[in-house]
Write a protein that binds this ligand. Structure first.
Ligand code: MN
Length: 227
């Protein structure tokens, strides 16, 4: 097999404590998955069906500088737990969802809120607000073999040393098995998929020079500077 152009580079995440990497297939993101964040965005957090959007695998940023993106003057942070799948399929029952998890990471769903807001108002897709270059700063993955199933634990984010987001994974409206099962009804999931599971309340804008430091207890931490 020969390609007519150079093959795209395979995006990867490192695995904690090893030289090995995890090849990324797709990135699914859950919208408004914490009630207090749904409220702060002006929505009713009643248990409506979950909804999803995607980022591109090559939006992952492993560098510690997040370049402030063009075409926006209102870029928000959203601290999230990331689930990494080692296998997939369609129509996965909740009772089998945990079997597909390779491990967990933490990441930021960086959002051009002004462009996303305009898209919402006009009924247009969210890609310009969500799936731009470097929009997914991520930590290395910690294998589930080390953590066990993660369904609770503190999720937090400091901006310039001040606590801005402070929640618990057990506040998710749709928990991880439910999310995997629901997603698998809409898409055939596969080894290499990442799921960004939503953000707790406290999201806000960043400025150049800000330092963001966040984490999920038992999983890992991430630290970036806005460049
Ligand atoms: Mn998000």
């Amino acid at each position: 097999m020969s390609f007519v152009i150079p093959a795209p580079k395979q995006p990867v995440l490192p695995i904690v404590g090893t030289g090995q990497t995890f090849p990324i297939h797709r990135i699914y993101c859950v919208g408004r998955n914490y009630a207090d964040h749904a409220r702060e965005m002006g929505h009713d957090p009643d248990r409506e069906p979950p909804f999803f959007f995607q980022k591109n695998p090559d939006n992952v940023l492993l560098d510690d500088i997040f370049p402030y993106p063009d075409k926006s003057s209102n870029v928000h942070f959203e601290m999230e737990l990331i689930v990494a799948l080692k296998s997939g399929g369609a129509d996965i029952p909740e009772s089998q969802a945990e079997d597909h998890i390779y491990g967990y990471a933490v990441g930021l769903d960086m959002t051009r809120r002004d462009l996303q807001g305009e898209a919402k108002k006009l009924g247009r897709p969210w890609e310009v607000g969500k799936a731009f270059d470097h929009s997914a700063p991520c930590s290395p993955i910690r294998p589930k073999g080390q953590t066990g199933p993660i369904n609770e634990g503190r999720i937090w984010l400091n901006v310039n040393g001040a606590l801005r987001q402070d929640g618990n994974l057990n506040q998710m409206i749709w928990n991880i098995p439910e999310t995997i099962s629901y997603l698998a009804g809409l898409f055939t999931l596969a080894a290499g998929d990442l799921i960004m599971t939503g953000t707790p309340a406290g999201v806000g804008p960043v400025q150049k020079g800000d330092r963001l430091h966040g984490g999920v207890d038992g999983v890992g931490e991430i630290e970036i500077e806005i460049g």
